[in-house]
Write a protein that binds this ligand. Structure first.
Ligand SMILES: O=C(O)CCC(=O)C(=O)O
Ligand SMILES: [Fe+2]
Length: 344
């Protein structure tokens, strides 16, 4: 395949299923247009994010995620880790508004992830804007997932049950405050997302980079050092396409298709100097206790299998896959509230 320098563009209002199939299979990342979310809605969400990060430190720290055994609220700069290294961003994590759930004896610990959000008293509008955004984007993601399953020849409604009840929607509002003082450029380190689909809204400041398929191929054939994706080359810089969502496939789609579709590695390189970048990834995920059974589709028989990485096991029961991510990314919350938690 030619070296990719930009992402495919998929128009949900005039869908070309073959193009969607290729984009999902060959890249795992694309720009989504024709999705029906207006520029005004996008501006409102990013405006709310900017307003939140512009609050005085005390107002942000008042909803510190260290207060929440459910991993909700504000993570200050440097408290999140990816591959054991500090990410240079701050963020607020928002999910379904549900009562606090404390897993009982014998229940999987991933039920800790269910619970109330923490909202800033100083910015009451954030609640409504965020919850409405999650509703709107769930509907888009639902349509897109059905089209994607159909595009590879599977039944489009195959995972509808997995999303019934309380699907685990997750919205992150993120600020990258420029480069860390000591020059580290890890905005967020190389990772894959944990669920089905991510719909990412960003401002115009670049920084997102996607591992190119050639890199993955080299890694699989053993002609690469295999350093867990931290090598310098082989990443595509994603340009900002006004109005579009950057969509990527998460690990559950890899599990669902036995590796026919792959969750693609990506990272954010901090903007140079003190330039800020704002982004809002929305993660479209099933219920925590959904067990993802293999999709029946023509490519299933010769699919390569899921990526075997001892450092990153993939779990078909979504709650475990999601909990894995939170345990790795938020060691301070684990230390404070869940010292007994381990992955798997
Ligand atoms: O901020 C971005 O552009 C991407 C963030 C991301 O990949 C994530 O939070 O999972
Ligand atoms: Fe991501």
């Amino acid at each position: 395949m030619d070296q990719l320098t930009s992402l495919p563009v998929i128009d949900l209002s005039a869908l070309d299923r073959e193009a969607l199939h290729r984009a999902a299979r060959d890249v795992g990342f694309f720009q989504l247009v024709g999705h029906g979310i207006t520029p005004a809605e996008q501006a409102r969400l990013l405006g709310a994010a900017r307003a939140f990060f512009a609050l005085p430190e005390a107002d942000r720290y008042a909803i510190d995620n260290l207060n929440s055994p459910h991993f909700r609220g504000y993570t200050r700069i440097g408290n999140e880790r990816t591959q054991g290294r500090r990410d240079w961003r701050d963020q607020i994590d928002i999910s379904n508004e549900l009562p606090a759930r404390v897993p009982g004896p014998g229940e999987p610990p991933y039920w800790w992830l269910e619970g109330p959000n923490q909202w800033p008293n100083a910015l009451p509008a954030l609640r409504e804007v965020s919850l409405e955004w999650m509703d709107r984007l769930s509907a888009v993601a639902h349509r897109l997932l059905r089209e994607l399953l159909a595009s590879i020849g599977g039944p489009e409604d195959f995972y509808d049950d997995a999303f019934s009840g309380n699907p685990r929607n997750h919205l992150k509002l993120v600020r990258y405050p420029g480069r860390a003082p000591e020059g580290d450029d890890q905005g967020v380190g190389v990772h894959k997302d944990y669920g089905f689909l991510t719909l990412l809204l960003t401002d115009e400041v670049p920084g997102l980079e996607v591992e190119s398929p050639e890199n993955e191929d080299a890694l699989r054939s053993g002609s690469d050092k295999g350093d867990g994706g931290r090598r310098a080359g082989g990443f595509i810089k994603v340009p900002h396409l006004p109005g579009a969502f950057v969509v990527n496939l998460g690990e559950l789609l890899e599990v669902a298709t036995n590796g026919y579709l792959k969750a693609t590695n990506h990272r954010v390189v901090s903007p140079p100097g003190a330039r800020e970048r704002y982004s809002a990834p929305f993660f479209y995920n099933p219920r925590l206790d959904a067990h993802i059974v293999p999709l029946p589709f023509p490519g299933a028989s010769d699919a390569a299998g899921v990526t075997e990485d001892p450092g990153n096991p993939l779990f078909a029961e979504f709650g475990w896959n999601e909990l894995k991510g939170w345990i790795r990314a938020h060691p301070e919350v684990v230390k404070k509230h869940h010292p007994e938690l381990t992955i798997g």
